[in-house]
Design a protein around this ligand. Structure first.
Ligand SMILES: CC(C)(COP(=O)(O)OP(=O)(O)OC[C@H]1O[C@@H](n2cnc3c(N)ncnc32)[C@H](O)[C@@H]1OP(=O)(O)O)[C@@H](O)C(=O)NCCC(=O)NCCS
Length: 156
């Protein structure tokens, strides 16, 4: 597995991977339009405020994550179903979190469906906390605090 930064050329692969997800499914085309999610729009985000990482297996994209550096939001995460459970999601989350913290955010946030899911379990294992509900109770808002800087070894 190879992890690298996402480029605009990866945007069509992002849509394919996200559309394949079984949990937290991507909304239908009408829903995407409503949310303003288009290929051109995602490419523009990557050129400006957003940054992401992609995982490839033998050169084939199998998972990606994108964060919004202008708000501290963990924007989207998805792994191709056949490759779930191999640590790809956790590694992608770690890369995006580290990048967002380097942008100066002390607290990151995301929204996710309230149904029990692999995503919810992963976020909680990574230290994200549920801080409220949105979408008439259909989604959680979760937040992650920047880890305290290491103070180095304690002298005895
Ligand atoms: C959420 C998602 C990205 C996780 O990706 P992944 O590559 O399977 O994640 P990992 O292999 O790193 O596993 C992360 C955690 O998932 C959970 N998990 C792994 N395999 C699991 C399984 N078979 N059943 C249930 N949970 C499982 C574990 O809690 C695991 O924690 P661990 O790292 O301590 O073992 C992936 O399942 C996915 O794309 N889901 C659909 C899209 C989605 O929900 N995106 C988020 C929208 S808000």
């Amino acid at each position: 597995m190879n992890f690298r930064e996402l480029t605009v050329a990866d945007v069509p692969a992002m849509f394919l991977i996200r559309a394949a997800a079984k949990e937290n499914p991507m909304p239908l085309i009408s829903g995407l339009k409503f949310l303003g999610i288009t290929v051109a729009g995602e490419a523009e985000k990557l050129k400006t405020t957003h940054k992401g990482f992609i995982c490839e297996n033998d050169g084939v994209p199998i998972g990606f994550v994108v964060g919004d550096g202008s708000t501290g939001e963990l924007w989207v995460l998805s792994v191709w179903p056949e490759y779930e459970g191999q640590g790809v999601g956790r590694k992608l989350m770690t890369l995006a979190q580290e990048w967002l913290f380097t942008k100066g955010w002390d607290k990151l946030w995301l929204t996710t469906g309230i149904k029990p899911s692999r995503a919810l379990t992963l976020y909680q294992k990574l230290g994200w906390k549920i801080v409220g509900t949105l979408d008439h109770g259909g989604s959680y808002r979760m937040e992650l605090d920047k880890p305290a800087a290491s103070t180095g070894p304690i002298l005895g």
